[in-house]
Design a protein around this ligand. Structure first.
Ligand code: PAF
Length: 283
């Protein structure tokens, strides 16, 4: 397992690599969700590259960049259980040298859902992902479905900017209590993990309603709102029933495939979760 910190050295290493390259971009604080992406890359590709870079451009001033968990030694240890050919571990001056002044901005999907509450977030993500794609030149890149909007925006980036990269999405990995795995779960106490698990319970109840034939979007949202709202420590940012592709909110009858997603604060910790539901397969 090779560790490289500069773009120049990475490019030199990359020149000698043949066959498919699976790429798993991360910000470190690796958990089962990231490791499932690495395992999928191992299954799909001859080579696997993991990047660990805590990208300041996707954090607003008021957000948790300084407190974001940094567990580099544990991360490297976890990756030894996989076939990782190279770990790309750049620092800030490598990724954003003095004078850096370019931003990649997707202007449609990025304005909705997470983008409403975190206006700078997705341009920070698309900028770093584009840079990493240019450096790593993967054939495949792996993204988790927990960040459903990010996944769609990266798919759009690849399409709009003609990157010859297959974007592979991988299912959400959950804790035993159902809470979606996230590096930010590290902020929660044991009791708070339990409280946060109600987010998934609420989504599961919404899903059950859909499966039972309830296709009124407001009723689905109300069900989810009621369960999450019953927990005093949980503060809802949004609960959305949206078109799965355009992410445009659906009012009234659901007649297309949907993404049901939520963002909730537990104290200062922002937690997101979602599920997709295919109306066509329910008919
Ligand atoms: O999902 C993440 O961890 C980050 O947004 C990513 C894709 C690594 C870009 O910094």
């Amino acid at each position: 397992m090779k560790t490289i910190s500069t773009i120049q050295k990475f490019r030199k290493w990359r020149k000698g690599i043949t066959g498919s390259i699976g790429f798993v971009p991360t910000m470190g604080a690796l958990h089962e969700g990231h490791l499932a992406l690495v395992a999928e890359s191992n299954k799909t590709c001859k080579n696997t590259v993991v990047s660990i870079y805590l990208n300041p451009a996707q954090f607003a001033q008021c957000e948790d960049l300084t407190t974001y968990p940094k567990t580099i030694e544990a991360d490297l240890e976890k990756l030894t259980n996989f076939r990782v050919d190279c770990i790309f571990l750049p620092n800030d001056s490598e990724m954003y040298p003095d004078g850096f002044s370019t931003r990649i901005q997707e202007n449609n999907l990025s304005c909705l859902l997470e983008g409403k509450s975190r206006p700078e977030f997705f341009s920070g993500v698309t900028t770093i992902v584009a840079k990493l794609f240019n450096i790593v030149e993967p054939t495949h890149a792996f993204f988790g479905e927990k960040d459903a909007q990010q996944l769609r925006i990266v798919q759009k980036l690849v399409k709009d900017l003609n990157y010859p990269i297959h974007i592979i999405s991988c299912p959400i990995i959950r804790e035993e209590n159902g809470l979606a795995r996230s590096s930010r779960n590290d902020y929660l106490t044991e009791a708070e993990h339990k409280i946060a698990s109600n987010i998934n319970k609420a989504l599961q109840n919404g899903k059950k309603l859909l499966i039972s034939g309830e296709h009124n979007s407001q009723i689905i949202k109300d069900e989810i709102t009621q369960i999450i709202g019953a927990e005093k420590l949980l503060r809802i940012d949004y609960i959305s029933v949206a078109d799965s592709h355009t992410l445009v909110e659906i009012s009234g009858k659901i007649e297309q495939d949907i993404l049901v997603s939520v963002a909730v604060y537990l104290k200062d910790t922002r937690l997101i979760d979602n599920f997709s539901y295919s109306i066509s397969s329910s008919r």
